[in-house]
Design a binder for this molecule. Structure first.
Ligand code: BES
Ligand code: ZN
Ligand code: ZN
Length: 487
């Protein structure tokens, strides 16, 4: 499916179908021709309302307003309708009230993210008939303040291309997160990472069990012990000349989380193939960064293993020594992500980064705190936290801050080791998990670090907005947006 921006009036572009957004409060805008029909057919242009007029080759869709987040969702909804119609080409005008860049980005992302479906395991693959989407440079109304400005087509084309890159990488992450856990093993994950690194000219190093032992990553290794697959620490780097900043991204890559000996119950275990969603997002992000040629040095560290059960499983009551020498009392083997991440975070700090970001499907408690669609952002620097939230607004993802405090920190005290891997309280579990990770960040890096818990939005067994049933690729859009503010 190709999306093209065409510098012609909408009526001068030939296609099989025209998409028209109708803002419900304002049924009089210039793309709308069928006001009388709307009355007859009781179409009010309410949010998510669709009216398809086959003879006229028009599909109308209601949208509450033209803010980018609503445009994105409406584009996703309408494209899902269009895909069912066996149509090859559609056209649409430009919709924006404030910034043309925001409008076209929302349309492109809505179309490409909304059209995604995962079909790898279906014996009959549904063919996509839609080949081309034409976006006309004709805007539905010229925003105030823009009356005398000519639309900068070259700039809009650039935004379009960038939005395609971002969407394709989000879809790539969805593909790998959706794979069955016995197919996407740690070795398969590193094979995919190597292939992508080669395609995109990235450096890559993969450490196996022997190297992790040598590095002293005993927390990471303990989680891996009962798995039949070896652990993989995957380190990709993108190093352009004249990089302005150095950023390291760390991702939790549990290809399956059974809970270990603190075994999950059936329902809680289901969907735990998504527990590599953080590593997937980090991989998708570095690919997008290199394709967008951002002026930043970026490292992606993926801690990949499986949390299995077996004779050799690590146990509740075990004491582990992490790479920085800190000892951890294991009180629950299902709090495994933080053990893997602890060693990965210690490892990346030798890069002397300007910023450290980790992404992880870390806690069920983050869903309790913020609901299932919002990622939880944590860190010691309020301004840095806020910069991530701002980027999430612009990208169309939901993120919000969960605040640390010293009383929650005390709940991680262990009587026999330096720290316990779970809190002694049942409240605030997303935050105490974040505080645990922070204990593996050196003092001098405290204000450079951000933790993002994507456990909620990473995977849903239902369609929501521009996201499909299954993996959403959560995190990629926000982090890419945030990185762009640094470059
Ligand atoms: N991978 C899970 C967290 C998770 C839960 C992700 C639901 C997505 C949806 C993590 O490893 C885990 O099991 N966390 C425990 C921590 C507890 C033992 C302190 C949890 O959230 O219950
Ligand atoms: Zn777990
Ligand atoms: Zn987990």
């Amino acid at each position: 499916m190709k999306i093209k921006l065409i510098d012609k009036k909408l009526k001068d572009i030939k296609s099989d179908l025209e998409i028209v957004f109708v803002v419900n409060k304002n049924l009089k805008h210039k793309f709308v021709q069928d006001l009388k029909l709307f009355g007859d057919l009781n179409f009010k242009g309410k949010d998510e309302e669709v009216l398809f007029l086959p003879e006229k080759k028009i599909i109308y869709i209601g949208v509450e307003n033209l803010e980018h987040e609503n445009l994105r969702v409406a584009s996703a909804l309408v494209i899902r309708h269009v895909l069912k119609l066996k149509i090859k080409q559609v056209k649409i005008g430009l919709y924006f009230e404030k910034k043309s860049e925001e409008g076209i980005k929302a349309l492109v992302e809505g179309f490409l993210l909304g059209a995604y479906s995962f079909q790898k395991y279906k014996s009959k693959v549904e063919k996509q008939n839609l080949k081309e989407i034409f976006i006309s440079s004709e805007n539905y109304k010229v925003p105030r303040g823009y009356e005398n400005k000519k639309i900068d087509i070259k700039n809009l084309k650039k935004v379009l291309d960038e939005s395609v890159v971002i969407s394709e990488n989000v879809n790539f992450v969805r593909d790998i997160v959706n794979e069955a856990p016995s197919d996407l093993t740690p070795l398969e994950f590193s094979r995919i990472a190597k292939a992508e690194a080669k395609k995109n000219n990235l450096q890559i190093k993969v450490y196996g069990e022997k190297e992790l032992k040598k590095l002293g990553m005993n927390a990471f290794l303990a989680v891996n012990r009962a798995s039949t697959y070896p652990p993989q620490l995957i380190h990709l780097s993108y190093k352009p000349k004249n990089a302005k900043k150095k950023i390291v991204l760390v991702g939790k890559g549990l290809t399956y989380d059974t809970g270990g000996l603190s075994l999950k119950l059936g329902e809680g275990m289901l969907t735990m193939k998504m527990d590599m969603g953080g590593a997937g997002a980090v991989l998708g992000t570095i690919l997008a960064v290199s394709q967008l040629k951002l002026n930043l040095e970026v490292h992606a560290i993926l801690g990949v293993t499986e949390n299995a059960i077996g004779q050799d499983a690590y146990k509740p009551d075990d004491i582990l020594k992490a790479m920085n020498g800190k000892t951890i009392e294991v009180r629950n083997t299902d709090a495994e992500g933080r053990l893997v991440l602890a060693d990965c975070l210690v490892y990346v700090q030798k890069e002397k980064p300007d910023y450290i970001l980790d992404l992880a499907t870390l806690t069920g408690a983050s869903l309790v705190a913020l609901g299932e669609y919002t990622s939880a952002v944590m860190g010691y620097d309020q301004k840095l936290n806020e910069s991530i939230i701002k980027a999430s607004f612009k990208s169309g993802e939901f993120m919000d801050v969960l605040p640390f405090n010293k009383y929650l920190a005390k709940l991680l005290k262990s009587e026999i080791a330096d720290i316990s891997n779970i809190s002694s309280s049942k409240y605030g579990g997303a935050i105490t998990a974040g505080i645990f990770l922070g204990e593996f960040i050196e003092d001098k890096n405290r204000n450079k670090w951000i933790h993002i818990d994507i456990a909620g939005p990473a995977y849903k067994e239902k369609v929501w907005g521009e996201n499909p049933h299954g993996a959403s690729g959560a995190g990629v859009r926000t982090i890419v947006e945030w990185l762009r503010t640094l470059s």
